[in-house]
Design a protein around this ligand. Structure first.
Ligand SMILES: Cc1cc2nc3c(=O)[nH]c(=O)nc-3n(C[C@H](O)[C@H](O)[C@H](O)COP(=O)(O)OP(=O)(O)OC[C@H]3O[C@@H](n4cnc5c(N)ncnc54)[C@H](O)[C@@H]3O)c2cc1C
Length: 501
């Protein structure tokens, strides 16, 4: 029998009037109602698609969009895209895919750079329709929390919590990333030296496992699933909602940009600030002298004002820091949200110029702190004379290892590791330059790994199965066991290539 979609089902097909009604496991194609008669005449029995509140899309434009990401050079085409109308849709379609051996890639904002949220011939589950934010409540220990849909972007989350005078403690630099997407990788930012990563500030998750089970997990309930999902690259489950810890939000912040002329002093002062906690936010950038060496270091530090912190006192905040007082020192007071969303105007300009859709073969590494001057110095020397492209930047900032408590966020075994990110923007038609960049990323990763570093897996480093095992080190056996338990057919997040067939 061919499946008859229920009234609830909203299905879009290859063309108007051609709704998806079934999957043919023999030819591994979706069957539309137009093809149904042919199937019926042949006596074939494709498996009916379950009734959905949302849409199952197979039109070429949707498939092409799902076969792209922020890298804009890896393109794996799915056979369908689920735009869920409910969590029940995710459950139904993951069960369906599990029954038929179809791979499933959750996709938040598609801001991986190397095909991470893509699947060749599988189903892409868009999480953006699952974007509810709220309610804000107090957890069992009195900590304020907010429950959010996995597809909510961080700008929407913080806008909603600010209405309560509260904020998530840690932000990525760019706010238009999905909660599910950053919780699948870690979520690092300038506040991490005080609060750990975003994954360290989650109290509960609701997830759909690779077998289609809808489960709630936390540090005290199904803890093995909880730790396998946080920073778990989507391998064990699709996150459908998360409960996030909140802290008091400042009304305004004092923002400093401090120039340095010397890498060792820059890193030393960052380490000092990571340790003494006088600033709520610490990051840093390295830029090139015109056409030359990457030796312009800028420490970015932000103090939160009341009610999250005391009235900022510039003299006390800058005491003992060895920045170049003859250089350009910037200090300004910004509204809290404007500070968090400070990249938005630059992104809008890049979008308008068509450059946001250029290729981004990004390199993201975590350096052991004791080797950071030497490793960062060598990587920066290697960049000399090269332009990173429009909007390109090198980020370099400290983390505090003890606060990175999520086992699958693999950070070097060092008290103060540094994130180093080389964020390229390349012309997408220059395939040779992109390939060369990937090869250079790979070489940089090998150097850093040999020194005890890891990669932060959001960018473009070609990885083999052995590399992934090295990345996860001592937690690899239980990560692999969790994968077998929660995604026994190995169908989830194939674009990460962590567990190949
Ligand atoms: C401009 C820009 C700035 C960035 N800044 C930072 C930064 O400051 N700090 C930082 O830590 N990172 C940063 N990143 C990296 C970013 O955090 C990751 O790429 C993140 O995964 C992107 O989120 P997304 O919603 O686009 O996820 P996607 O790219 O859609 O997905 C990424 C991976 O997570 C999986 N996934 C997505 N949603 C779910 C879900 N609900 N459940 C299970 N798995 C899921 C996907 O299958 C895929 O494997 C930045 C990226 C960009 C492009």
């Amino acid at each position: 029998m061919l499946h008859q979609p229920s009234r609830r089902t909203v299905l879009h097909g290859l063309a108007a009037g051609a709704g998806v009604i079934a999957f043919d496991p023999v030819t591994r194609t979706w069957v539309t109602d137009r093809m149904a008669r042919r199937y019926a005449l042949a006596g074939a029995e494709p498996a009916g698609v379950p009734p959905l509140d949302g849409s199952l899309l197979t039109d070429p434009d949707t498939l092409a969009a799902a076969a792209d990401d922020f890298g804009h050079y890896v393109h794996r085409r799915p056979i369908a895209v689920l735009r869920p109308g409910s969590v029940a849709d995710v459950v139904a379609m993951v069960r369906y895919c599990a029954a038929h051996g179809i791979q499933v890639a959750a996709r938040g904002q598609g801001h991986g750079t190397n095909g991470q949220a893509q699947t060749d011939g599988g189903l892409v589950v868009e999480t953006s329709p699952l974007h509810t934010v709220g309610p804000v409540t107090n957890g069992p220990d009195g900590t304020p929390t907010v429950r959010v849909g996995a597809g909510a972007v961080w700008s929407a989350v913080v806008r909603a919590t600010l209405a309560h005078g509260l904020t998530p403690p840690v932000f990525t630099d760019y706010l238009e990333l999905s909660v599910g997407g950053t919780l699948s990788v870690g979520g690092l930012g300038g506040q991490a030296h005080l609060h750990g990563a975003q994954v360290d500030n989650v109290t509960e998750l609701q997830v759909v496992t690779g077998t289609g089970e809808l489960l709630t997990c936390s540090a005290t309930s199904r803890a093995d699933l909880f730790v396998a999902v946080l920073a778990g690259l989507g391998q064990c489950a699709v996150i459908v909602s998360a409960t996030l810890r909140l802290v008091p939000a400042p009304v305004s912040v004092r923002h400093f940009l401090l120039p340095y002329t010397d890498l060792a002093t820059f890193l030393d002062d960052q380490r000092r600030l990571a340790g003494d906690g006088r600033f709520a936010y610490v990051e840093g950038e390295v830029a090139a002298q015109p056409g030359g060496a990457y030796t312009r270091y800028t420490l970015e530090a932000v103090a939160y004002g009341p009610p999250a912190g005391p009235e900022p006192d510039d003299t006390a905040l800058l005491r003992g820091l060895r920045y170049d007082t003859s250089g350009v020192v910037t200090r300004e007071t910004l509204g809290y949200f404007d500070f968090l969303d400070r990249l938005a105007p630059g992104v809008a300009a890049l979008e308008q110029a068509g450059l946001w859709s250029w290729s981004h073969p990004w390199l993201n590494l975590l350096l052991p702190g004791d080797r950071a001057p030497e490793l960062a110095g060598a990587l920066l020397d290697g960049l000399a004379g090269q332009e990173l492209g429009p909007g390109g930047v090198v980020l370099l900032y400290p983390l505090v290892r003890d606060l990175l408590r999520t086992p699958l966020l693999r950070a070097p075994d060092d008290p103060v590791p540094y994130l180093m990110a080389v964020l390229w923007t390349l012309d997408p038609s220059d395939r040779a330059a992109i390939a060369a960049r990937e090869a250079a990323n790979r070489a940089a990763y090998e150097t850093v790994r040999a020194a005890g570093g890891t990669q932060y897996p959001v960018g473009s480093i070609p990885m083999t199965p052995d590399d992934w095992q090295a990345q996860y080190g001592r937690v690899w056996p239980w990560f692999a066991a969790a994968k077998r338990r929660y995604d026994p057919r190995g169908l989830l997040a194939p674009g990460q290539d962590v567990f190949p067939d």
